[in-house]
Write a protein that binds this ligand. Structure first.
Ligand SMILES: [Zn+2]
Length: 293
C-alpha cells in the first residue's frame, strides 16, 4: 500500500479518508471472494479516485456498493460505479426523487429559497461541480431492504442495518462482525433539514441510537466525516452528547450555563479549550436547544 491514498483500518477494511467539499470516507470491505464498497462518493471524480486507488491493491473483485443514506455527498458518484448497488428503501425513494431535480445553480438556489434545500448542500455541490449549468446523473439502486440485510463476501460477511436517528430516517450502518467494525455513516450527525434552516438534535432520537451503536460487538467506529475511533474513544465522544443533551433537556439549562459547565469539566480533565473545542461544543449545545422547539 506504498504511496496509496488508501488507509488500512484492519487487514480487510481499507478507506479513502474524508476531505473537502463534504467528501465522506469511502470504505472497501475486502472478503476472500468479494469486495463491498461503502458509499459512492460526492461526484464521479471522487468515485473514480477511490476505484483507481483500489485498482492498485490485490483485492477480490468489487461486486457491491452499499449506501449509508440519501444525502448527495454519499452517492453523486454512484453513476461512475458499475456495481450492484444496495440501499435502504427510503434511500432508494429519495434518490428517485432527486433524479427528477435540476442541479444548475439557479435550480438549487430556488430550492434553497423554498426551504427544501440547505446552503451547505448548495455550496458543497458548487465547489465539487464548478460549472454553473451542471447536470448530475443520479444512480439507481438494485437491491433495497427495510430493516437489515446480510451480505456474504467469502470468509466474512457484513450486516447493513437501518438505524435512523436525527440526521436522516434512512440512515443505515454497516457492521462487519469478524473485523469488529461499525461504519456509522452520518447517523450521529444532527438533522440538517429543518424548515427553519436550523440544525437539530433530539435526545429521544439520539440517546437510543447511541445505546444501539454501543451494543454492537465492535472495536472500531467510523463516522463518514471523521477519523476512525476505537471503542474507548467512541464511548467518550458519545458521553459528551449524553451530558449536553441531559443538561439541556432534563435540567433545562441555557446556553451559557451549559458552556461554562463543560469548560469547568474540561479544566478539571486538563483538556485544552481552543477555538475548535468552543465551536464544536457550541454547535452541539445549540443543536439540542433547537431540538426543544
Ligand atoms: Zn448526511
Amino acid at each position: 500500500m506504498n504511496q496509496s491514498k488508501l488507509k488500512e483500518l484492519t487487514s480487510k477494511i481499507y478507506y479513502l479518508p474524508f476531505g473537502e467539499n463534504y467528501r465522506p470516507n469511502l470504505v472497501a470491505i475486502v472478503g476472500a471472494q468479494i469486495t463491498l464498497l461503502v458509499d459512492a462518493g460526492n461526484s464521479p471524480k471522487h468515485a473514480k479516485l477511490f476505484l483507481e486507488e483500489l485498482s492498485k491493491c490485490d483485492i477480490a473483485p468489487i461486486k457491491y456498493v452499499a449506501l449509508t443514506h440519501w444525502h448527495w455527498d454519499h452517492h453523486f458518484g454512484l453513476a461512475a460505479m458499475n456495481f450492484t448497488s444496495i440501499a435502504h428503501f427510503k434511500t432508494k425513494e429519495k434518490m428517485v426523487e432527486l433524479s427528477h431535480f435540476s442541479w444548475d445553480d439557479e435550480s438549487i438556489q430556488k430550492r434553497v429559497e423554498e426551504g427544501t434545500e440547505n446552503i451547505f448542500v448548495r455550496d458543497g455541490i458548487k465547489q465539487e461541480f464548478p460549472e454553473a449549468n451542471r447536470t448530475i446523473q443520479i444512480g439507481t439502486i438494485d437491491i433495497s431492504f427495510t430493516e437489515k440485510l446480510e451480505i456474504q463476501l467469502g470468509d466474512l460477511f457484513c450486516i447493513i442495518e437501518n438505524v435512523g436517528g436525527d440526521h436522516s430516517s434512512d440512515s443505515s450502518i454497516i457492521f462487519v462482525p469478524e473485523e469488529k467494525v461499525v461504519l456509522t455513516g452520518d447517523c450521529l450527525s444532527p438533522n440538517p433539514y429543518r424548515k427553519d434552516g436550523k440544525i437539530e438534535y433530539r435526545t429521544e432520537k439520539l440517546f437510543p441510537l447511541i445505546d444501539k451503536l454501543k451494543s454492537y460487538n465492535a472495536e472500531y467506529y467510523v463516522n463518514s466525516h471523521g477519523l476512525p475511533m476505537t471503542r474507548t474513544t467512541f464511548e467518550k465522544w458519545c458521553q459528551e452528547f449524553i451530558l449536553i443533551g441531559s443538561l439541556v433537556e432534563k435540567q433545562n439549562k441555557q446556553f451559557e450555563e451549559i458552556l461554562s459547565e463543560l469548560k469547568n469539566k474540561a479544566h478539571k480533565e486538563n483538556k485544552a479549550i481552543d477555538d475548535s473545542w468552543l465551536e464544536e461544543k457550541s454547535f452541539i449545545i445549540q443543536a439540542f436547544l433547537n431540538g426543544l422547539d
